[in-house]
Design a protein around this ligand. Structure first.
Ligand SMILES: *[C@@H]1O[C@H](CO)[C@@H](O)[C@H](O)[C@H]1NC(C)=O
Ligand SMILES: *[C@@H]1O[C@H](CO)[C@@H](O)[C@H](O)[C@H]1NC(C)=O
Ligand SMILES: *[C@@H]1O[C@H](CO)[C@@H](O)[C@H](O)[C@H]1NC(C)=O
Length: 237
């Protein structure tokens, strides 16, 4: 019931948003996604090798992002702090589809004074998701200001900014739903956030453009799938 409704919302959302930046494949050629449009690209992310874990599982694999062979475009990555080691977190994350991302994103914000159970991991994870989204939003806004970028890239970035912009409020409502022990609202808010991330991915896919935020988006997607998994399967109010 609730899940079906969310899925329906997801599809409607995507269709509406995609039309905002899709374009005929014929004008792909005149759109250099200038490599320097991502100033803080591959800098100091120590965990980069983790990437062979491939967070974007089978469904949204790399095909949509395939950059033109002669001009590979860089993708920005999140700055993620090193985290501690917590057996309880390993166990919770191990039950999700993205155990490595789960530990990597959440462990930096745990400490010995936090009881590590699914509910607290979920709460911390939602805060992490807000911070990561703000980082992605700031980057999208910054790239948009680059006068060199094409109108199509600009309209994709606009769709992404608008969608990232919805996420912090969605996360606040998710945290409120936790306080109110409103499980269905919690699930709906998190699904809505996941949809926002997917919408940003989809516009680039449809527009045949390589997204400068594609690595960030796949990290956010992994995090939201982890959060939804914890919320749906592990949290009992
Ligand atoms: C532990 O983490 C929580 C949440 O991240 C924070 O509020 C708290 O100050 C931290 N405590 C210590 C002792 O670092
Ligand atoms: C989120 O960002 C704020 C401000 O930069 C920081 O103080 C806080 O520790 C961060 N929290 C998490 C969980 O990432
Ligand atoms: C949960 O929240 C929704 C939306 O805010 C509300 O309509 C619903 O009545 C709430 N359910 C419960 C059990 O509080």
């Amino acid at each position: 019931m609730g899940i079906k409704r969310s899925l329906l919302l997801i599809s409607i959302f995507s269709i509406v948003a995609i039309s905002a930046c899709a374009r005929p494949p014929s004008d792909i050629t005149d759109t250099p996604e200038s490599p320097d449009s991502t100033p803080e690209s591959p800098d100091s992310t120590p965990e980069a090798p983790d990437d062979d874990y491939s967070p974007n599982a089978p469904d949204e694999a790399a095909d949509g992002y395939a950059p033109p062979p002669e001009a590979p475009t860089p993708s920005a990555t999140f700055t993620i702090l090193p985290g501690g080691s917590y057996p309880e977190l390993d166990q919770i994350c191990g039950a999700t589809d993205y155990p490595i991302e789960c530990v990597r994103f959440i462990s930096p914000y745990l400490n010995d004074s936090i009881k590590i159970d699914p509910l607290n991991v979920l709460k911390v994870g939602i805060h992490v998701a807000t911070n990561m989204t703000i980082e992605a939003l700031n980057l999208a806004i910054k790239i948009r200001e680059d006068p060199e970028i094409s109108p199509n890239a600009q309209s994709c970035l606009r769709v992404c900014s608008e969608n990232y912009d919805l996420i912090p409020d969605g996360n606040e409502l998710a945290l409120r739903a936790i306080e109110e022990r409103n499980w269905s609202d919690l699930r709906n808010q998190l699904s809505g956030d996941l949809t926002s991330v997917n919408t940003c991915i989809d516009v680039y896919h449809e527009g045949n453009l390589a997204s400068p935020m594609r690595d960030m988006d796949s990290d956010l997607l992994a995090l939201y799938r982890v959060l939804l998994h914890i919320a749906v399967d592990m949290v009992k109010f």
